[in-house]
Ligand binder design. Structure first.
Ligand SMILES: [Zn+2]
Ligand SMILES: [Zn+2]
Length: 172
């Protein structure tokens, strides 16, 4: 462990780096253990990029350590390209979470963008609370087709007869 370098740094590390500085610009919290390049326990800690390579993301956790860059290996200078290290155990999968989030979000949006009367989904939210439907269903104002994201399930007579669309109130 080279966490001792954290103490050696003396806490005067400013985010200011040289011209080649590619680090995060934000202030680094003092007191985090610092690892030299290639010395961090990989099964426990990983940078954001390393997590990403495994299909993971930090998932809201705070970094628990920082990693000095390769060029600073063996040197005692302050590293201007420190990378955050996150706990692998607390990391979350990237893809699944994003997808789940998107699905949930889309479901919420669909509810606000779909007219309950004509079943068309619009690209913008509808005044469902005030009008209860799209403008066309409300007072006959023709809808700009460009505003329709998904067309209505077409009033297919055959489908209506066999009542395959349970939520359609076209029985009368
Ligand atoms: Zn460095
Ligand atoms: Zn409508």
């Amino acid at each position: 462990m080279t966490a001792a370098t954290a103490a050696a740094r003396g806490g005067t590390h400013d985010a200011a780096g040289g011209p080649g500085d590619v680090s995060h610009g934000d202030d680094q919290p003092p007191g985090l253990p610092t690892y030299d390049w290639n010395t961090a326990p990989r099964h426990l800690l990983a940078t954001r990029r390393q997590l990403r390579a495994r299909g993971l993301r930090p998932g809201g956790q705070n970094p628990v350590a920082q990693l000095r860059c390769k060029d600073c290996t063996g040197l005692t200078r302050d590293c201007g390209r420190m990378a955050w290290l996150y706990q692998v155990a607390l990391a979350l999968p990237v893809r699944q979470m994003t997808l789940a989030k998107e699905v949930a979000l889309d479901r919420a949006m669909a509810a606000r963008q779909t007219c309950p009367k004509c079943r068309r989904r619009f690209i913008a939210c509808l005044p469902l609370r005030t009008l209860g439907s799209c403008l066309e269903c409300y007072d006959g104002t023709p809808v700009d087709p460009r505003l329709v994201m998904f067309p209505a399930p077409q009033p297919d007579p055959a489908a209506a007869d066999t009542a395959t669309l349970p939520r359609r109130d076209v029985a009368a």
